[in-house]
Design a protein around this ligand. Structure first.
Ligand SMILES: Nc1ncnc2c1ncn2[C@@H]1O[C@H](COP(=O)(O)OP(=O)(O)OP(=O)(O)O)[C@@H](O)[C@H]1O
Length: 362
């Protein structure tokens, strides 16, 4: 990638806490104006990576570049990053306006704007985050969502060149979260700021981000647009973490994919003969016309969902159940035996531990 097309470059970054490797060989380019999500389960290294980008953590190995300049040794202030944390770390004893003005007031005298200019900037930001008129309140007098908007205004006040958000909506209820997500997307559009946010919520990442970085055990599993992650997941971890998936242990032999003694009509994608796993989204498994299914199972239970029904099905020859989505009018009844067809399979080599499981049933 051309250097001028990169706002933040992370190169071979590693961070250890004692003997524990929290980040392992993380490399990533973030383009100017991009909205990037760091997504992963608890403990996967999201916050650690965000802190490395911010300059709050110094990596043990590797480099961070801002606009092509090595920023690894620069402080937070020197990097000019704006921060928003999960639990609205606002100063309780300061009014909303004072909170927003804080980053400007603590600047060294020579770069500090005049009082009048700070006041004007605060007013402008209050309007921008749709809190005009509330500058005199204290944080305790605001709702959670309002506080998070103040936190964002405070981060924007210093005119950062990068905005970093750590689970910014984590503590809010589902409805407010959703509203703020949309709002943040609008804010991003308007400011055009390079923005990196941490979330463990795949819906949040997929709805907001231009690109999503999936982290697992301190390593990047995949970087891609939401569509790429859904349609071309690079690993079993990604397909299972981004959206729902069911996995079936299969055996590849002579170019055929067998589940027990049934053949699944799936391309092997050039995988060698041996044990493998195929993954499906619940929406990609459908009840077939009788006699036409690749698999057969018994409906154990049904649950109504916004889009139709979700059926839990015990598959013949497999000691686990899988869940499928079907439209209301096609719903079977508990106890029914149903033939199933499969679409959009992803196939991956089995891990060692699957070899034994898969081998037994096949
Ligand atoms: N200062 C520290 N000292 C020791 N271990 C740490 C420190 N900070 C993080 N860790 C460990 O590093 C790993 C990654 O932590 P990190 O906070 O980056 O994960 P995360 O993906 O943000 O998780 P969560 O979603 O739970 O916040 C965890 O196992 C954590 O316990």
């Amino acid at each position: 990638m051309e250097a001028h097309g990169v706002a933040i470059r992370i190169e071979g970054v590693e961070q250890d806490f004692g003997a524990f490797p929290a980040l392992r060989d993380v490399s990533l380019d973030i383009r100017p104006g991009e909205l990037v999500a760091l997504l992963g389960p608890s403990g996967s290294g999201k916050t650690t990576l965000l802190r490395v980008i911010a300059g709050l953590n110094t990596p043990d190995r590797g480099h961070v570049y801002f606009d092509d300049k090595d920023a690894t040794a620069l402080t937070v202030q020197e990097r000019r990053v704006g921060f928003v944390f999960q639990n609205y770390a606002l100063f309780k004893h300061m009014t909303v306006a004072e909170n927003i003005a804080y980053g400007l007031k603590v600047r060294p005298l020579r770069s500090r704007p005049a009082r009048r200019d700070i006041a004007a900037r605060v007013e402008e930001l209050l309007r921008f985050v749709q809190l005009d008129g509330l500058g005199g309140r204290y944080p305790a007098q605001l709702s959670g969502g309002q506080r998070q908007r103040v936190a964002l205004a405070r981060a924007l006040a210093i005119e950062p060149r990068v905005l970093l958000l750590d689970e910014p909506f984590g503590a809010l209820d589902a409805r407010v979260r959703k509203d703020l997500r949309r709002w943040l997307r609008d804010v991003h559009k308007e400011t055009g700021l390079t923005t990196v946010f941490v979330t463990h919520d795949q819906d949040e990442a997929m709805e907001l981000a231009d690109r999503v970085v999936v982290l697992n055990e301190g390593q990047i599993e995949q970087i891609g647009t939401p569509a790429e992650l859904y349609d071309q997941p690079a690993s079993p971890f990604v397909i299972s973490f981004v959206g729902e998936a069911v996995a079936l242990p299969v055996m590849i032999a002579a170019g055929h994919v067998k589940f027990g003694n049934r053949e699944l009509h799936i391309d092997t994608h050039g995988l060698r003969s041996g044990p493998a796993r195929v993954f499906f989204r619940p929406a990609d498994i459908a009840v077939a016309s009788s006699g036409q299914g690749e698999l057969e199972g018994r409906v154990e239970s049904l649950r109504r969902t916004p889009a139709g029904v979700r059926a839990r099905i015990a598959i013949d020859g497999y000691d686990q159940t899988l869940e499928i989505d079907s439209p209301l009018e096609k719903a079977a009844a508990p106890g029914d035996r149903v033939p199933l067809t499969l679409a959009n399979a992803r196939i991956f080599p089995a891990r060692e531990e699957d070899y034994i499981d898969a081998g037994e049933g096949i």
